[in-house]
Write a protein that binds this ligand. Structure first.
Ligand code: GCU
Length: 420
């Protein structure tokens, strides 16, 4: 996927660095200085809320140029929605089910994303609040019902990266229905009066390093070194689903949260940072390149993620392999880009690879931006106890257990969206 050759020597050095022992000991975290979200790049302070839009644009530009790459387009010409299925009674009558295909160009032979939309049977007047949830295993993975169309897209067998040259095309079978149902408690979501619009990330860009031949990149041309990788593409997909939700009167488009887990938590943060229509952004165990501070180097590091998943970020991000201190930004500034909207950062105590403390500290250090904009952030400087959510416009919890999405996580997200 190398988009420019000057990256080569840097990659070689990063591969050496990738073998360094992973830091899992707080005492081994290096000392670091975080870049200040409230100081312009020329050193001038951001004094009032009126200065923030300019600083926000500057930070967004830095994340585009150095981390995720610039997203070349918004809504493409020719994009259109094709309703494909509607079932008025789902989940024993408490919900409706719809399937909508979003085509990204005229006609029906171009790339598309399939959206599964589950709504409460009786949405509130003014529409139901909704989650745009990015899924790992196809829409049919969120619930065992045979009413949900089985994805025929490329599918990874597991979450592990494929070995170079060994991309195996795993198609879904009936047996895969509901294989991630525990992460998508549909009944709990509709009982809370909310809707879920979910899509399979592989519809937007199959998650392997193919030089951007397939997926949405194929439609817009090969990305340059500072243009979108796969995370940028998946985030763009979430915004296109939002485009659809804005057309549905049964959805309150002013109360839409974007939610993702792990690599899709990184995606949710980047989607929410760019697209201010999302009123709430949920990072579930997003880790390195998501909520965790890169400069801490705890758990997964920049060099490691760029080596294992060279297609996720912009090529320019690779120059920071084993050199996090040189990054012009850190991930607390990504959280700050969501201000003053609600952001929820969730960790799991056994998920050390994702650096729970680094995720918490990002939430802490985004606080001054929220305060400048008249909002209350976390309200604490020390990590809370397990399973004890804290914060207002920035929220955080660390739950017991491993890297996953659980009912505890969803209970907190439902409480948060209810307050919008
Ligand atoms: C790997 C990767 C993480 C990522 C995770 C996931 O563990 O190193 O950065 O968050 O996969 O998406 O499941």
């Amino acid at each position: 996927m190398l988009r420019y050759l000057s990256v080569l020597p840097l990659l070689a050095s990063s591969m050496m660095g990738a073998d360094e022992p992973v830091i899992y000991d707080e005492a081994k975290v290096p000392s670091y200085t975080l870049p200040d979200p409230l100081r312009f790049e020329n050193g001038e302070p951001v004094k009032t809320s009126a200065d923030w839009p300019k600083r926000r644009a500057e930070l967004l530009g830095l994340f585009e140029a150095h981390v995720y790459g610039k997203t070349p387009v918004g809504r493409p010409a020719g994009m259109h929605f094709e309703p494909r299925k509607k079932i008025d009674s789902f989940l024993g009558g408490k919900a409706t089910l719809e399937e909508i295909r979003i085509h990204f160009r005229e006609g029906d032979d171009g790339p598309f994303v399939d959206v599964l939309l589950i709504k409460p049977a009786k949405p509130a007047v003014g529409g139901a609040p909704a989650f745009v949830g990015v899924n790992f295993t196809g829409n049919h993975g969120v619930h065992p019902s045979t009413e949900i169309t089985l994805s025929t897209a490329w599918m990874r067998e597991s979450n592990e990266p494929e070995k170079k040259g060994q991309v195996i095309d795993h198609r879904s079978t009936e047996a895969s229905r509901g294989n991630q149902a525990s992460r998508w408690p549909l009944a709990m979501i509709v009982d809370a009066g909310c809707a879920l619009a979910t899509f399979y990330y592989g519809d937007i860009d199959p998650d392997f390093d193919d030089g951007f031949e397939n997926g949405i990149h194929a439609l817009f041309g090969k990305p340059g070194p500072a243009e979108w990788g796969s995370i940028g593409a998946w985030a763009w997909g979430a915004s296109r689903v939002m485009d659809y939700l804005e057309t549905d009167p049964a959805i309150d488009s002013k109360k839409v949260a974007v939610m993702g887990h792990s690599r899709l938590g990184k995606t949710a943060l980047w989607a929410g940072a760019q697209d201010e229509r999302f009123a709430m952004v949920i990072s579930n165990n997003s880790g390195c390149g998501g909520a965790a501070l890169s400069r801490r180097r705890f758990g997964e590091r920049v060099g490691r993620i760029n080596t294992s998943f060279p297609h996720w970020f912009a090529d320019t991000f690779h120059q920071y392999n084993e050199n996090e201190a040189a990054l012009p930004v850190d991930q607390h500034q990504l959280i700050a880009l969501i201000a003053p909207r609600l952001v929820y950062v969730a960790s799991a105590v056994e998920d050390e690879w994702a650096d729970p403390r680094g995720e918490f500290l990002s939430a802490v250090h985004a606080g001054p931006v929220y305060e400048l904009l008249g909002k209350k952030g976390l309200g604490v400087k020390e990590m809370p106890e397990l399973n004890a959510a804290v914060g207002e416009s920035i929220r955080y919890h660390i739950r017991s257990g491993k890297h996953d999405v659980t009912d505890y996580d969803w209970e907190q997200y439902l409480k948060a969206i209810a307050g919008l």
